[in-house]
Design a protein around this ligand. Structure first.
Ligand SMILES: [Zn+2]
Length: 320
């Protein structure tokens, strides 16, 4: 079965009506999933907020304190793109806690995969800076939890958001236990993500960037994605696969936009699920990142959840 995580606490992060990262992104996607019967078809995930100690495993005390203090004094900006209000902290802690719960449930239960319909997103938050709509790095918190709590040695993070996951790269740049694979438009925000950025120290070779020129067709992008990821996964043999599932590379997205449609996203997912089946016993946890055309996002999320569910039903429970 696929475990589906969602909680209306994510709606409480709503610092600005004009900001593209707003509650209706997730609300509309949830309604669409519900209308298609997918909320009932999946198992309901139970999560709790991440503790500050869990956040501190990937972020500096200063990052946490800045978010706490800015929220406590009524709101403000953590960076030029990242406004917060008093309730933003609870939403962010819940988002990060959801990834932890999903990892726990996928690694210890009979269910192979999970999707976390969360906001705010996380992949731009570096160790020392909340930025780019992201307070805390949800997927990094989840990966670090898999390492610390479940003693995994090889966690693969695949990030296909249209923006480079600079925060996730920063956090694991010197770490050989996490292979960070990012496909993103380049040159584009936040500016990083060149193929020459490959890690440092023990982590050298464990960051793989696939920058995409905006002129590339969706089929060309898909083919590059498969080729590079296949090579990386073969060498790494992940024990767990995490997905930073952003859908802002869709050609109708108002912020990002590459020549990618719903079908391409589905192919990305199916390929990552193949990698999960091949090396990680099918254990895959996917977490929402970007996607700013609300209707398109809902469609993409529904296809994504359908893909996860079809795979989990096809392969059966781990104890079959
Ligand atoms: Zn993005």
């Amino acid at each position: 079965m696929t475990i589906l995580f969602h909680d209306t606490i994510s709606d409480s992060h709503f610092p600005s009506t004009s900001h593209p990262e707003h509650p209706s992104r997730v609300q509309t996607a949830w309604k669409h999933l519900d209308g298609l019967g997918l909320t009932n078809a999946c198992k309901k995930g139970i999560a709790s907020p991440a503790s500050l100690e869990q956040i501190a495993r990937v972020h500096t005390d200063g990052t946490i304190k800045r978010a706490q203090e800015t929220c406590a004094r009524g709101g403000g900006y953590l960076d030029a793109d990242t406004p917060v209000e008093p309730r933003s902290l609870s939403a962010a802690l819940w988002g990060a806690g959801t990834g932890i719960a999903a990892v726990d449930q996928v690694l210890t239960g009979n269910d192979r995969n999970a999707f976390c319909l969360i906001r705010p997103p996380g992949h731009h938050a570096t160790r020392s800076q909340s930025m780019g709509f992201c307070l805390f790095n949800n997927i990094a918190v989840a990966a670090q939890h898999a390492i610390d709590h479940h003693e995994l040695r090889r966690v693969l993070i695949v990030d296909w958001d249209v923006h480079h996951g600079n925060g996730t790269q920063d956090i694991f740049y010197g770490d050989d236990r996490v292979l960070f694979f990012s496909m993103h438009r380049h040159p584009f925000y936040p500016g990083s993500g060149l193929s020459s950025e490959t890690g440092t120290g023990d982590g050298l070779g464990y960051t793989v960037n696939l920058p995409i020129d905006v002129q590339r067709t969706g089929d060309e992008i898909l083919s590059q994605f498969k080729q590079r990821l296949d090579r990386s996964a073969q060498a790494f043999e992940p024990e767990l696969v995490l997905i930073s599932a952003g859908f802002d590379a869709h050609h109708r997205d108002p912020i990002g936009g590459l020549r990618i449609d719903e079908e391409h996203f589905r192919h990305f997912l199916d390929f990552v699920l193949d990698v999960g089946d091949e090396y990680a016993g099918g254990k895959v946890v996917s977490m929402l990142e970007g996607g700013y055309n609300v209707g398109v996002l809902a469609e993409c999320v529904a296809d994504h959840v359908q893909g996860l569910l079809q795979r989990s039903l096809k392969t059966g429970s781990l104890k079959d």
